[in-house]
Design a protein around this ligand. Structure first.
Ligand code: FAD
Ligand code: ZN
Length: 486
């Protein structure tokens, strides 16, 4: 577990930061049930989902309203107290974990979990930022609409966290990232001022689109308290196939064929290697190998439509028939029932959990120009084998978006400390390859504390400077989520 080093500014500020006077003001403003200061009550909030990072805090604040968030931030700003926004804590880059400073206040949105409005004419949903994504998806479904943002952690992650990280997930191919689903945002600035941008307008060309700054800001500019989202027509019927491929090159050709044939019905195009399948089958109960033989890679394809299951299934069968004929896949397993569909999806979605169970590993959530993925995979693996010949590679992800989770695990039998020892060398190699191929070091998980160093190394200095200027404008005292992103 990594415990962040003490921030240099901390010692200078610590004396007055940690005064009980601050906590007294906070309790007076918010009430005892909102402010937790007991060590036992704070302890569960100090680590991340993977158990990699651990930090400190003097209080956990769990407001029930935007006004309470504003009161909390105003006080923290006055007293120079660092604030760490906390959603569902499923982020994979340590963004919601405080650093080592005992002055931190963790601000959790979990009690702000009401759906404010659903409109099935305008196809919008206005919600508190602390709503769990899965709950919102079910509420949209009950209203016969689709909230397309979907990821394996959706029953724990919060919509505020999803927006703060500009989350991706499995339906980006059709509907875009979280950013593309946001119509409006309500947020509290470090000053305590409330940014009231919670509108559902589809069109609003009045100057800079400031809500965009909060999307993907990872809690460094303010606290998102409300979100207006765009809904889509429901996916009442779905069809899934798992196609076996000989190579990533074949997966590319398959993508071209399926997109051409199915167009907007193509909802997901997910890839995983046989090593991932092996891991999932060994770590997760109740799953079975989908084919009698094993293949180098697999592509999970989902089509969805508002109606006519038979036509959709026929379309998928037809395109897979063509794929087999044109040799752009080598075998295919079509789902005939909902339970088969769910089992095929679990083979892909359980990979992160299986990796967690397997032990510490190095995560690289990379983005590449899609057509360069096959060459990247050959080149990166060749270099990696030269460095750590028996490391285990688990490559999977949202192939249709050019997004790979390029994860590296310790060799069989190696000590669990292996990942920590090799992290710097292996991640530098992977990110260097990504740069050579014109990609990005973070496709959807963000920067947090995990990729801060690489971010500053690889991002254009002008863009970093502009981001720092924006941060200074929103948060002149630098209280928002220190040690993350910038
Ligand atoms: P947290 O982890 O609590 O916080 C993430 C960041 O956002 C932190 O910097 C935090 O300070 C900030 N933040 C949280 N809430 C707010 C707020 N209200 N206002 C301001 N800042 C805030 N991600 C994907 O994109 N695609 C995937 O497919 C995907 N699959 C995953 C699968 C698993 C099994 C797991 C564990 C994670 C996966 N993730 C994926 C990562 C994670 O689920 C997303 O990053 C998610 O959007 C984080 O939401 P959260 O509510 O858990 O945020
Ligand atoms: Zn992902």
């Amino acid at each position: 577990m990594i415990s962040a080093g003490t921030a240099p500014s901390f010692q200078r500020q610590s004396l007055h930061l940690m005064t009980t006077e601050f906590l007294k003001h906070l309790r007076d403003a918010l009430g005892d049930d909102i402010v937790e200061t007991e060590a036992d009550g704070i302890a569960p909030w100090l680590t991340d989902w993977r158990g990699v990072y651990k930090g400190n805090a003097q209080a956990v604040v769990r407001p029930r309203s935007t006004e309470q968030v504003a009161a909390c931030l105003r006080l923290c700003n006055q007293h120079g107290v660092p604030v760490v926004p906390r959603g569902g804590n499923t982020g994979l880059c340590g963004g919601a974990t405080p650093d080592a400073s005992p002055a931190n206040v963790i601000l959790s949105l979990d009690r702000m979990n009401h759906i404010r409005a659903i409109d099935t004419v305008a196809n919008t949903m206005v919600v508190d930022a602390g709503c769990i994504l899965g709950t919102l998806r079910r509420a949209a479904n009950e209203a016969d609409r689709l909230l397309p943002l979907s990821l394996a952690a959706e029953d724990s992650s919060q919509i505020g966290g999803n927006i703060a990280t500009n989350a991706g997930g499995v339906n980006v191919l059709r509907y875009g990232m979280a950013r593309e689903l946001v119509l409006g945002i309500e947020a509290v600035l470090p000053s305590g001022e409330i940014y009231k941008g919670l509108q559902t307008l589809r069109k609003d060309n009045t100057g800079y689109d400031l809500k965009q700054l909060f999307i993907g800001s990872e809690g460094t500019l303010g606290i998102i308290t409300g979100v207006a989202l765009r809904l889509q027509a429901p996916s009442r019927v779905r069809s899934v196939v798992l196609a076996a491929v000989d190579s990533p090159q074949q997966a590319l050709q398959l993508l071209r064929l399926v997109f051409g044939a199915c167009g907007p019905r193509l909802q997901a195009f997910e890839f995983f290697t046989d090593q991932c399948l092996d891991l999932v089958l060994s770590q997760v109960e109740g799953l079975h190998a989908p084919f009698s033989e094993r293949h180098p890679g697999y592509v999970l394809i989902e089509l969805a439509d508002t109606a006519n299951e038979e036509a959709l299934q026929a379309m998928l069968e037809d395109v897979i028939g063509q794929a087999l004929e044109q040799e752009v896949c080598v075998d295919a397993a079509l789902s005939a029932t909902l339970s088969q569909l769910q089992s095929l999806w679990r083979l892909r979605e359980e990979i992160s959990e299986a990796q967690k169970a397997d032990g510490p590993h190095l995560k690289h959530d990379i983005s590449l120009p899609i057509e360069r993925i096959p060459d990247f995979m050959v080149s990166a693996e060749t270099r990696l084998r030269g460095l750590a010949s028996d490391a285990r590679l688990f490559i999977f992800g949202h192939f249709g978006d050019g997004n790979l989770h390029y994860n590296v695990s310790r060799p069989l039998g190696a000590d669990r400390g292996w990942a920590g020892e090799w992290e710097e060398r292996i991640s530098a190699l992977v990110f260097d390859e990504v740069a050579q191929y014109g990609g990005s070091i973070s496709a959807e998980h963000g920067i947090g504390q995990l990729k801060r160093h690489a971010f500053h190394q690889h991002k254009d200095p002008l863009q970093i400077r502009l981001m720092q200027d924006i941060k200074q404008l929103f948060d002149p005292k630098g209280i928002m989520n220190p040690g993350k992103l910038l």
